[in-house]
Design a protein around this ligand. Structure first.
Ligand SMILES: Cc1ncc(COP(=O)(O)O)c(C=O)c1O
Length: 354
């Protein structure tokens, strides 16, 4: 159970979530600019057409189709619904957001499909875990849901990342068994920056069929998106998004946000700020002797301190989530400055020293 902590006396510093950050000014300007006159509704506007071109370009794929939706949960559940039948099973890591934190949205939108947690170190799917899941399956037996999709969370919910090679290898094993492959990219920009790869390398070139393109956590106002590379998946989504109420009449404002987000590498610059703030924070915490539960590859970190230290962190005006008495989570965002990071470290030094 995650409980928000609160504070008090000193100027608070935001480390609860990148969802708590505001929006990037470039994106706000794009929304204001899109507010010029009338435009056709439901995605038949110029901003949405431009966004399609931009996504094809950025992801280097002529058949890439982008569908703006309002939340990461909708992007995941709808994207998965296009590739998983009602009798199917979605295999994902046992800590995956789709399994733990989306209230069964995937099962609902897939018409009753189940989700299966697969084991793996560092909060990541492993070849051994996937092999076990396949071995435990009674293939073709209609008493049992059939594995239909492998879903990655990249970065994971614990701030670790898969290498491109790890994704490609697991995706290939899944494809060999006839599964399709999905990626929850709520923070995909942070992963691309951390890996130094291209958007195409991390997605379709590694075997991803459909993925969630997160934007809200990294500077957008009200939009994430689904991206797929197969016209058959796009055709499924065409109807599914409407049936689930995800075709906003004023889609131009979502498309304008995403277009500004992807244009000129803004999404990668925003993510780089969040990642480098976290890298500095993690290095400083290590220096103070704070135990980190995993190496933060992107903008999220989990650490362990004594319960008394945790209380002092709260009293020092650090805003974060505590998971139990001695585990804390820090998340940086595109808004986190290096000056703030240094201030956090100075307060942490006092909290650790008691
Ligand atoms: C990894 C991951 N996937 C998906 C989501 C869902 O996004 P939303 O809260 O917009 O539905 C989140 C939200 O925090 C997330 O962390």
């Amino acid at each position: 159970v995650i409980s928000p902590t609160n504070s008090s006396t000193t100027q608070p510093i935001e480390l609860r979530s990148d969802n708590a950050a505001g929006a990037a000014v470039e994106i706000l300007h794009a929304v204001a600019a899109a507010n010029s006159g009338s435009a056709l509704a439901y995605g038949a506007d110029d901003w949405s057409a431009q966004l399609q071109r931009r996504v094809s370009d950025v992801f280097e794929h002529p058949d890439a189709v982008v569908i703006p939706v309002v939340t990461g949960t909708a992007a995941n559940a709808l994207g998965l619904s296009a590739i998983c039948p009602p009798w199917g099973a979605v295999l994902c890591h046992e800590t995956a957001h789709i399994l733990r934190s989306e209230c069964g949205a995937t099962s609902l939108l897939c018409g009753g499909a189940v989700m299966r947690g697969v084991t793996g170190e560092s909060y990541k799917l492993s070849a051994a875990g996937l092999a076990d899941a396949f071995a435990a399956t009674r293939w073709g037996d209609n008493h049992h849901s059939q594995p239909s999709v492998l879903s990655f969370t990249q970065p994971t919910d614990f701030g670790t990342i898969y290498s491109v090679a790890e994704i490609a290898e697991l995706a290939s094993s899944a494809h060999e068994r006839g599964l399709r492959v999905h990626l929850d990219g709520a923070r995909i920009a942070n992963a691309i920056v951390a890996l130094g790869c291209s958007p195409a390398e991390l997605t379709w070139r590694a075997g991803i069929d459909v993925f969630s393109l997160g934007a809200t956590k990294n500077g957008a106002v009200t939009t994430d998106a689904i991206v797929c590379f197969d016209p058959a998946i796009a055709a499924e989504l065409h109807y599914r998004v409407k049936r689930s109420g995800h075709v906003p009449s004023k889609m131009r404002f979502q498309s304008a946000q995403l277009e500004a987000y992807l244009a000129d590498g803004l999404w990668l610059r925003l993510a780089a700020q969040a990642n480098s703030a976290m890298a500095r924070l993690a290095a400083g915490l290590r220096h103070l002797g704070v135990e980190l539960l995993a190496e933060p590859d992107v903008n999220m970190l989990f650490g362990r301190v004594s319960p008394a230290t945790l209380e002092r962190m709260e009293s020092a005006g650090l805003l974060f989530y505590a998971m139990g008495a001695d585990i804390f989570r820090f998340v940086t965002s595109f808004e986190t400055t290096l000056v703030e990071v240094d201030e956090v470290l100075s307060r942490m030094a006092d909290a650790v020293a008691g």
